[in-house]
Design a protein around this ligand. Sequence first.
Ligand SMILES: Cc1cc2nc3c(=O)[nH]c(=O)nc-3n(C[C@H](O)[C@H](O)[C@H](O)COP(=O)(O)O)c2cc1C
Length: 334
Amino acid sequence: MTTKPFKIGNIELDNRVVVAPMAGISNSAFRLTVKEFGAGLVYAEMISDKGIIQRNRNTMNLLHIDEREYPLALQIFGGEKETLVEAAQYVDQQTNADMIDINMGCPVNKIIKCEAGAKWLLNPDKIYEMVSAVTEAVEKPVSVKMRIGWDEEHIFAVENALAAEKAGASAIAMHGRTRVQMYEGKANWDVLRQVSEKITIPFIGNGDVATPMDAKRMLEETGVDAVMIGRAALGNPWMIYQTVRYLETGEFVEEPSPIEKIDVCLLHFNRLMALKGERVAVREMRKHTAWYLKGIKGSGPIRSAVNETETKEQLTNLLQGFQQELAERQQTTI
Ligand SMILES: Cc1cc2nc3c(=O)[nH]c(=O)nc-3n(C[C@H](O)[C@H](O)[C@H](O)COP(=O)(O)O)c2cc1C
């Protein structure tokens, strides 16, 4: 059951492994990389409705989608109906995203203050009103991504999900934490189960899927239709492939060798260069490189040195030099 393709609106997904939206990370360089490792659906990072309406240059750059990423959900956030609808219409008509996702989970103060993100979780009526306004105004399927609630005392997960469903949402993704939890503590899968028992549209569970085994367990224990993976894919995109294969066959595929991992890191870097240019790409790639190198024996000094790199040449040389060192190490241990 868990391995069958499934549909969101008119979009056919090849499998039930979805990569989460992550601000500052989920640009097309990252998405394309996880897509190549088999993701059934990728989400773009959250984009401000007002930024779209004002055609802010940085915001418009976030709308870049490579056609190899399909299917893709583009996520917008906002606190007012008019601007949210206008931005959704822009995404609907002017971008090649397959799906429009509304952010109802972002916990940070800057967003909450604008009545956006997780703020809606306190008010199922507002969810109904806002989601209805968007679904009525666009052609593309609309999904929402929410948290289970605001805090322990205000977990309206079932009411909120039903409100979104009634308002015409084609899918819901839910992170099993409250707003107050931020990223701390454990994701509450019991609440995910309660929601999956109540809604009929595709339901994507999220939170604390760190391994392929976790993904299987979430599908089995909560009855969600698909799993969404965020942090576990950072510097670890092959984890997506391992999860897809594990769900399909029960077989655990070995992870790539350290040298192969660095090849993927370099590929990601080159994509980021093409997308953002050298200065920004090198800076952004520092954190990714540290994630890619995590767990590789002897990578400590390289991970520190990465933070000092400023140019493509420096970063590439550092990584290729380390590959060389790893290859030599292999030779001496054979
Ligand atoms: C760095 C970072 C950025 C995030 N940005 C977004 C975002 O733009 N939109 C969103 O809906 N969730 C965002 N999230 C939340 C993730 O999509 C996901 O719900 C959360 O990380 C829990 O899943 P995980 O345990 O698999 O990481 C972000 C999370 C992280 C760690």
